[in-house]
Design a protein around this ligand. Structure first.
Ligand code: SF4
Length: 337
């Protein structure tokens, strides 16, 4: 557990360093965030979701009021959490296309985005208990964690919750196969359709658009949203059709593997200069060093790995984290339902 606390602190410091560079040395900050940290994140969400949820720097900021004892610890109902999850997905689909228009090339705007997300997480945690409002509620990455982390194999100690106060039910960190939570209100149904059905198309469409190095005009801005949204609509339809023929559990796994594979299918070539739009998202130009076929082999192997891990490998039925012992409040604190 102690090692996780240390890693938590190190990653928080890295986050602060990245924000510093985004403001004062934007080229370095953009490389650190978009071309190193973010490309690692999806793979980490697949193989060690619990590790990421323990060390995410915005989670650490969010849980600071709770650790320091000045959160009001208000409890949210399951329905309220489901509503927050849906809003988180909408925020994700609104922010990610803006990377082409702004964040991929503007360090200061990206720093403002990260600071705004951190402030939102912090303020929510001033009022609501543990992870209910941010880490398992409004965080736009949480739905992706839930999708990519469906075939979890490693359970980490929970480095944030010293005791469990049932802040959300079911707790995504402590429940195995959380993605297959079967409660089906309208918010949950929409969240599943948008994220599980829509994510592979959204990612494919996103990679078909170049970065703009100055604020794009309105028609470019429309294209930035239109292309990923149309592709996402297409995969949502495919998802709905396949749902009639394929067992839901298997279908979700196939869509999760497709989404993460699609990401690396485009992102690995782009990192090394082999992308569709030459310099977009390039970490280092290896076009004169590596043959094209080596990159092709890398993306094929990556896809094979994700399909094996998510779809074909044996379910271990372990939660992302080990549930801590239950704690008890002196009195129950519930918000209005
Ligand atoms: S372990 Fe308990 S307190 Fe911690 S996030 Fe899960 S439900 Fe909330």
């Amino acid at each position: 557990m102690k090692y996780l606390k240390t890693v938590q602190l190190i990653v928080l410091i890295i986050g602060i360093v990245i924000v510093y560079h985004l403001i004062f040395n934007p080229d370095i900050g953009i490389h650190l965030l978009w071309n190193i940290l973010i490309p690692i994140a999806p793979a980490l969400l697949v193989v060690a979701t619990g590790l990421w949820r323990n060390i995410c720097p915005i989670a650490s900021i969010s849980l600071f009021p709770r650790h320091m004892g000045f959160s009001k610890k208000i409890k949210l109902s399951t329905l309220q959490v489901d509503k927050l999850n849906l809003i988180g997905i909408i925020i994700l689909f609104l922010i990610v296309p803006l990377r082409h228009a702004l964040f991929n090339t503007d360090g200061f705007a990206t720093a403002l985005l990260l600071i705004s997300l951190s402030c939102t997480a912090f303020v929510l945690s001033l009022f609501f208990d543990w992870k209910s409002a941010w880490c398992s509620g409004l965080c736009p990455i949480y739905p992706v964690e839930k999708l990519y982390g469906i075939n979890n194999k490693i359970s980490f100690p929970n480095a944030h919750c010293d005791k469990c106060y049932n802040c959300v039910s079911p707790c995504p960190d402590s429940t195995s196969n959380i993605s297959r939570d079967t409660s089906k209100n309208i918010y949950k149904k929409l969240s599943s359709l948008f994220l599980i059905g829509g994510l592979p198309g959204f990612i494919y469409g996103w990679f078909q658009i170049p970065d703009y190095y100055q604020i794009p005009n309105i028609s470019q801005l429309i294209v930035i949203y239109k292309v990923p949204m149309l592709w996402s609509l297409l995969t949502m339809v495919v998802f709905l059709v396949l749902k009639k023929f394929i067992q839901e559990k298997t279908l979700i796994a196939i869509f999760a593997a497709s989404a993460v594979s699609c990401y690396y299918w485009f992102r690995i070539p782009a990192l090394f200069g082999f992308g569709i739009f030459s310099e977009d998202g390039m970490l280092i130009d290896l076009t004169h060093v590596l043959p094209v076929w080596s990159i092709q082999i890398a993306v094929y192997l990556t896809s094979v790995f994700f399909f094996w891990w998510i779809v074909f490998s044996k379910q271990k039925k372990v939660s992302w984290m080990i549930r801590p012992v239950y704690g008890r409040y002196e009195k129950n604190i519930y918000s209005n339902k």
